[in-house]
Design a protein around this ligand. Structure first.
Ligand code: PLP
Length: 458
């Protein structure tokens, strides 16, 4: 800390009680793993925290390190563990399915796969009911873009500048903030102005941003496009909720240009927004194609593309397949996830707890009002929906100067006090709060109290 003394240990907030003690861990230590990493793991991998954590156990919204220390997990493996770590019902479903059939491939019938497809379709509006399974969000988006191109006979796709859609050639091209790093050819992809209410040039005026999409169509294409892909709440981009009015206006432009709308719900879907099951629903639009992954398997690799019977026709007899996509073990997990979401009313919980947490974070924003000493960074913005919330740290409220180093420092402090949070955004200064959906009000209080102390120690 810069001249600020640490609070007495007795004053530190207490983590809510939790009735589980992990078995003693006797495996390799963090140091052992780091040594192996230097030799055997891709250098593209980076770890959170100056001293990376060796996580060996997880139960519901908590993770445990090699020393048995408990952490409140407000990141959930990138918004992925939606029912909670090692949820007993999901484990049971995986074990039972693994015992009888792990894999058979798509050339045979299996009821688990068909049952999960039917269950997924029941969660979607309109005519969205034909499912194609993948192993990841990337694969789902690659397929969605390919379907849009096949269906329309056009190549041009429009995506948002601050989006993240995946890490294969097509999706990387649609991910403007990353593609230059990997020398990806952005074949036929146009990046539109980001409708970001906090940093965008038109503030919260969604219709103004939408004009940029119309201009891209008018000036950058033949007038016909394959489609438009976007998240409803950008995740990797720093929990940016698209400005109101944007998606309905863009839909009109895209439809007029003969294109399809692809909703990337990999992060923002599956009950996480609380007010709705899918992020796009908050914008009053119905997409032509919806892609999903992450939460749908609670951590088991599983992704899906859902579209209408008419659009799905383009795949007829094209023999497009995916060896592992929607294998029985993953789809059995997916079915269990849907059951748990219903039984434990996790969407309602995401709404109630998420609203409470957001209010408390907004109060925290007010509390750390002054940019002068002893606080060197303040909360510039609190945003998001349900249990997909973002807190943007800035050095100056007017200039919105990103406080990246300070964000790293706060993250480290929070970890020391037992709270794990994600980080992201183009400038790396946004805390991403995407916990398992069983997160409680008490967890929220603990989270905010810990963030409060960590901010005070900047
Ligand atoms: N789309 C969104 C919105 C994502 O957040 C991600 C991953 O973070 C992806 C797609 C890619 O998913 P995956 O990492 O499973 O390939």
């Amino acid at each position: 800390g810069r001249g600020v003394s640490w609070p007495a240990v007795a004053a530190l907030p207490k983590m809510p009680p939790f009735d589980y003690t992990p078995p003693p861990y006797e495996g390799p230590t963090a140091a052992d793993i780091l040594k192996k990493r230097a030799e055997f793991l891709s250098p593209s991998i980076f770890y959170f925290y100056r001293k990376p954590l060796n996580i060996v156990d997880g139960k519901m919204q908590y993770l445990f390190d090699e020393h048995g220390r408990r952490y409140l997990d407000a990141f959930a493996g990138i918004a992925t563990v939606c029912c909670g770590h090692c949820h007993p019902e999901v484990i049971e479903a995986i074990i039972e399915q693994t015992k009888c059939l792990q894999h058979s491939t798509v050339v045979y019938l299996n009821h688990t796969i068909a049952d999960f497809a039917e269950a997924l379709a029941s969660k979607l509006p309109g005519d969205l009911k034909v499912v194609f399974f993948t192993n990841s969000g990337t694969e789902a988006n690659e397929l969605a873009m390919m379907i849009a191109r096949l269906y329309t006979g056009c190549h041009d796709i429009i995506s948002l500048r601050n989006a993240y859609h995946g890490n294969a050639a097509g999706t990387m091209g649609a991910t403007a903030q990353f593609n230059w790093k990997f020398n990806v050819i952005q074949s036929g992809v146009h990046h539109a102005l980001n409708p970001d209410p906090y940093r965008g040039v038109f503030g919260s005026d969604g219709e103004k941003y939408a004009r940029d999409v119309q201009e891209i169509i008018d000036f950058g294409t033949s007038g016909q496009v394959a489609g438009f892909i976007s998240e409803a709440i950008q995740g990797v981009g720093g929990i940016v909720e698209l400005a109101p009015g944007y998606l309905p206006a863009v839909y009109k432009s895209i439809k007029k240009a003969g294109g399809l709308f692809i909703a990337d719900e990999v992060q923002s879907g599956f009950a996480r927004p609380g007010s709705h099951f899918w992020g796009f629903e908050a914008h009053g639009v119905v997409p032509d194609i919806v892609t999903m992954a992450k939460g749908i398997g609670n951590g088991i690799p599983l992704g899906a593309v859902v579209t209408t019977p008419e659009i799905a026709q383009v795949l007829t007899r094209r023999n497009y397949f995916n060896t592992f996509g929607g294998n029985p073990v993953c789809t059995a997990a997916g079915l269990a996830v849907l059951r748990v979401l219903e039984k434990e009313r996790l969407q309602d919980n995401a709404f109630v707890v998420g609203s409470y947490l957001k209010d408390r974070l907004k109060a925290l924003q007010e509390k750390h009002e002054i940019t002068a000493s002893p606080v060197f960074a303040v909360i510039g913005d609190v945003r998001g929906r349900g249990l997909m919330l973002g807190v943007e740290l800035v050095a100056d409220r007017q200039l919105k100067t990103p406080a990246k180093a300070e964000a790293l420092h706060v993250m480290d402090q929070m970890k020391e006090m037992g709270v794990l949070v994600g980080k992201g955004g183009f400038y790396g200064n946004v805390f991403r709060i995407t916990p398992p959906l069983c997160f409680t009000k008490e967890d929220s209080d603990f989270f905010v109290d810990v963030m409060d102390i960590s901010l005070s120690k900047l």
